[in-house]
Design a protein around this ligand. Structure first.
Ligand SMILES: NC(=O)c1ccc[n+]([C@@H]2O[C@H](COP(=O)([O-])OP(=O)(O)OC[C@H]3O[C@@H](n4cnc5c(N)ncnc54)[C@H](OP(=O)(O)O)[C@@H]3O)[C@@H](O)[C@H]2O)c1
Length: 224
């Protein structure tokens, strides 16, 4: 599968890119700067060489190029840049590409992670609203998986990934991608509006991490 990660130089997108590249997927790292993308790829190659000795398929591109000819594009930039970045990459994306939105709307106020209200209900719904005149399918996912554990490829991530979206086939494709990351479990969380709850869980997880001196609190649903 060809995957483009917009903002793949950052911790969250970079972690996903690394995990999928290790699983044998063909991944393009997107950045606003080609030079930064190439530097990130070199760094990721080194991480993988040291941890597993594997050769991986990673390339560095400017964001619009990274979004071209992909089966799946992951949007992993700050939520404040989400809309602008979607406008920038959409003209380069194939129709019916799956867009995985990982954005979480939060701000830091007096040292506290604070949710930010999004008029559409959630960042994932806002992405769908921006793309409503296209055939691109938006799935909200990976919101409750922390970048710290994603980036350290030696960590087994044991959590659940909530998949939110209207298109069952697209959710199944994303579920298969989740399963490529060792020990993560995909859970179909229903429509795109379920992203509201998963985005709100992130400040809660950050607070748990702070209180219990962890860096990798995650969510696992019981009895499913
Ligand atoms: N960090 C987490 O644990 C976590 C967990 C769940 C969800 N998320 C979500 O994942 C997304 C990425 O998180 P992150 O922690 O990786 O963020 P980040 O490191 O702050 O940003 C990711 C990348 O976005 C690009 N970027 C930064 N400012 C930008 C701007 N103004 N316009 C366009 N691109 C910009 C940068 O790439 P270039 O400079 O190379 O262009 C950067 O490397 C966010 O939406 C976040 O809410 C993060």
């Amino acid at each position: 599968m060809k995957i483009g990660v917009i903002g793949g130089t950052g911790s969250h997108g970079g972690g996903l890119a690394l995990r999928w590249a290790i699983a044998g997927e063909n991944v393009a790292i997107g950045s606003r700067s080609l030079d930064k993308a190439i530097k990130a790829v070199n760094k990721y190659q080194d991480i993988v060489k040291v941890s597993s000795g594997k050769a991986i398929k990673l390339e560095g591109r400017e964001n619009p190029d990274a979004a071209k000819d992909c089966d799946v594009v992951v949007l992993s930039v700050p939520y404040t840049s989400q809309v602008q970045m979607l406008h920038e990459i959409q003209p380069f994306m194939n129709p019916e590409t799956i867009l995985i939105d990982v954005s979480v709307p939060l701000e830091w106020k007096n040292g506290q992670p604070t949710p930010v209200a999004i008029p559409e209900g959630s960042c994932a719904e806002r992405a769908a609203s921006v793309l409503k005149d296209s055939d691109i399918i938006v799935i909200g996912a990976f919101k409750t998986i922390g970048a710290y554990s994603l980036r350290d490829v030696l960590i087994d991530l044991k959590g659940d990934v909530f998949l939110c979206g209207e298109d069952e086939d697209a959710k199944e494709t994303v579920a298969q991608l989740v399963k490529k990351i060792k020990k993560l479990r995909p859970l179909d969380a229903g429509p795109l509006s379920s992203s509201r709850a998963s985005e709100l869980m992130v400040p809660l997880l950050i607070n748990l991490n702070k209180r219990y001196k962890s860096k990798q609190a995650y969510i696992k649903v019981l009895n499913i």
